[in-house]
Write a protein that binds this ligand. Structure first.
Ligand code: PMP
Length: 403
């Protein structure tokens, strides 16, 4: 028998990958962890209102699927997704003005997974990605993890500035532009149709992928629907459209999808195979069942009606809560609005004091890929009732005044 030598000083294990080491902790996340206290009125989360989930409808869909075809629902499935769900998603997309077949769709585990699959499929370390300024935070993370150089495109209250985009595309030679054109996270803003056409045209002329992320578009309270960038002339082979059931059905289902040209879609499917083989079969079949048996559009209209009242409650209270000279957006849908306090307010520095008053927002700074505007903040207006929103804003006003 060979004796195993005793080890006095164990050798250290190898280090984390560089990309994991460079993503450190976040002071904002630490502060916001405190907001889990039940007494805090939390405008920081991006949580759909849970009392509006169609729990009974979703439960019924799961019961039906398990009663009728448990062998399929509980089995492994294809990476591309369940045919019934892909067909239903294609129909919904076609009805909304973008002709789509089931084959065009890859089902993903939330649209967040679509972002990381696209990063894997498209980006080499050092490649340039253009993003909106400010930008959805977890998209910045997904591109950062891929080692991309993330460059912000300047914009205004309506979204990206097309001339600035054109100049940046010419100068930076980016692989892709990431945009949330409708009810953007974090600002709530919506890119007008003429600018969408111009963005599609820049992509066409200069050769650029566009990732059009649309988890909020169905939550419109007022105004006219604006066509997807993907539906403009010549955009079909270079725009990837992302969708999600998180905001219209329930985020816990983790159901999203991407619609992409064949070559890119296949590359994303291979990346997905490596990531999770496929999105849970039972969730996909239950969602497909729900779309057949229920009226999702009617449900979304109900949710949007309630969200509209909540948006109005927040708009009504902001003038008293925020210091004179503040400005804020008035989104026509979605879940968020964006406020800017006058200089020299720094919303990151102010957050701990505001949280002491049992209310929370997300400071704007982390949403910027470039130089942050430190006087900005994001408020989610959908999770609380109008009464709670009024109380939360009263506390926010007190918190800000106490400084
Ligand atoms: N994109 C945007 C713009 C979002 O705001 C979110 C959720 N906060 C996601 C993608 C991810 O959503 P999910 O993975 O739940 O579909």
């Amino acid at each position: 028998m060979t004796a195993v030598p005793s080890v006095s000083a164990p050798a250290p294990v190898p280090p984390l990958a560089e990309r994991a080491r460079s993503i450190g902790g976040s002071p904002v996340r630490d502060i916001l962890a405190v907001t889990a206290r039940p007494e805090v009125i939390n405008f920081a989360g991006g949580l759909p209102a849970p009392e509006l989930f169609d729990t009974e409808g979703i439960a019924e869909a799961f019961r039906t699927v398990l009663a009728q075809d448990a062998a399929r629902a509980l089995q492994y499935s294809t990476t591309e997704g369940e045919p019934a769900l892909r067909a239903a998603l294609a129909d919904r997309t076609t009805i909304r003005g973008l002709p789509t077949t089931a084959d065009d769709i890859l089902v993903t585990t939330g649209s967040q997974q679509a972002l990381s699959l696209l990063a894997t499929a498209l980006l080499e370390p050092g490649d340039t990605v253009l993003v909106e300024s400010p930008c959805y935070l977890a998209a910045l993370q997904a591109f950062g993890f891929a080692g991309a150089r993330v460059v912000p495109v300047p914009g205004d209250a309506d979204g990206v500035d097309v001339e600035a985009l054109e100049a940046l595309v010419a100068r930076e030679r980016p692989k892709l532009l990431y945009t949330v054109p409708t009810f953007q996270n974090p600002t709530g803003r919506t890119l007008p149709a003429a600018r969408r056409a111009a963005v599609a045209e820049v992509a066409l002329r200069r050769g650029l992928w566009i990732v059009e992320d649309d988890p909020y578009g169905e939550l419109r309270f007022e105004g006219e629907r604006v066509p997807w960038i993907a539906s403009y002339e010549g955009a079909a082979d270079r725009v990837v459209l992302l969708g999600s059931f998180s905001k219209v059905m329930a985020p816990g289902l983790r159901l999203g999808w991407l619609r992409a040209p064949a070559g890119l879609r296949r590359a994303c499917a291979v990346a997905k195979q490596a990531a999770d083989l496929h999105t849970p079969t039972v969730n996909q079949l239950a969602a497909a069942r729900y779309l057949t048996d229920r009226d999702l559009d009617a449900h979304v209209a109900r949710v949007a009606g309630v969200y509209r009242e909540r948006r109005d409650a927040m708009l009504a209270g902001l003038a008293d809560a925020l210091p004179p000279g503040s400005t804020w957006s008035r989104p026509e849908g979605g879940m968020f609005l964006w406020a800017r306090l006058p200089e020299p307010y720094d919303t990151t520095a102010l957050l701990p004091e505001v949280v002491r008053h049992d209310v929370a927002y997300v400071p704007g700074a982390p949403f910027y890929a470039g130089e942050p505007d430190r006087s900005t903040l994001r408020l989610c207006f959908v999770t609380q009732t109008p009464q709670e929103i009024a109380e939360g804003l009263r506390r926010l006003g007190e918190g800000l005044k106490s400084l």
